[in-house]
Write a protein that binds this ligand. Structure first.
Ligand SMILES: [Cu+2]
Length: 268
């Protein structure tokens, strides 16, 4: 008891006060160097896999993912071997963080749906593990086929509007699936990646509710959101896993997230 009062409670308080973003929304992210590969473009994509608070530009250290792959025309390809550990630096955080990146060669035309299953991330502020099944779709060489197919992850967002070639202001529509079935009234968090390439200035939210937008899906798990700025937008639908993970002999809850990223471009 004394130990708890003297050390654990104060240090937990300090941790919460010093890192207010701990309570804010986490997003897995797969960030490709290009989302539409044309004949003229380089056919080598650089793909980064991170774990971030997108609006704050604050990153968590990420362990090596369990699975990383791509689906094109129904064919899965394991890309875990191409991932290499890298160190990054957030704009508003001290020290560096670990993320993963790899080069992927684009061959045949079609939609390349990248997906990652990260290792469970322990979040002390929420007393639970977080596992974000994250996806992004890259279109290649003019064939628009495959973006609306599920990958078959434990939970995932399946786009109902084509997830590339989006203008700023477009609406993104998606459906939340858990074990292959729609999640009625799922809660979806939406955030802007403030470190989007080409973002002219780091957006300063005027108050906390602006950081994360919140949507309730309809009875078929379908949601819509209009994106007000050019760059990358993340959508995260969170569920409680039906399974638990043990930590120091105690069974802990697991939050599983279905995360999808799309990029918007200004009309000029
Ligand atoms: Cu965090």
């Amino acid at each position: 008891m004394r130990f708890w009062l003297r050390w654990v409670v104060p240090s937990a308080l300090i941790a919460v006060l010093a890192f207010p973003w701990n309570a804010l929304a986490h997003f897995g992210v797969i960030l490709p160097s290009d989302d539409i590969v044309t004949q003229e473009d380089t056919k080598n994509l650089m793909v980064e896999v991170k774990f971030v608070h997108p609006m704050e530009g604050a990153y968590m250290a990420m362990a090596k993912p369990k699975r990383f792959g791509v689906v094109r025309s129904g064919e899965h390809k394991d890309l875990l071997p191409v991932l290499k550990e890298a160190e990054g630096k957030g704009p508003h955080q001290e020290g560096s963080f670990t993320y993963w990146k790899g080069e992927v060669a684009i061959g045949r035309p079609g939609d390349y749906v990248f997906y990652v299953e990260p290792a469970p991330y322990w979040e002390p502020a929420e007393d639970k593990y977080i596992v974000h099944y994250t996806k992004v779709c890259v279109n290649a060489l003019g064939l628009e086929e495959g973006w609306d197919e599920p990958v078959g992850l434990e939970t995932e967002i399946v786009p109902l509007s084509r997830p590339y070639g989006l203008w700023t202001g477009n609406i993104f529509t998606g459906r939340v699936l858990l074990e292959g079935r729609p999640v009625p009234h799922a809660e979806i968090e939406v955030e802007y990646l403030n470190e989007s390439p080409g973002n002219p200035n780091f957006v300063q939210p005027p108050s906390d509710p602006f950081v994360t937008q919140v949507i309730r899906a309809d009875e078929d798990g379908i949601f819509n959101y209009a994106m007000p700025r050019a760059g990358w937008w993340g959508f995260a639908a969170l569920s409680d896993a039906s399974w638990k993970l043990e930590r120091q002999g105690v069974k802990k809850d697991v939050e599983i997230g279905a995360v999808f990223w799309v990029r918007t471009t200004d009309m000029r």
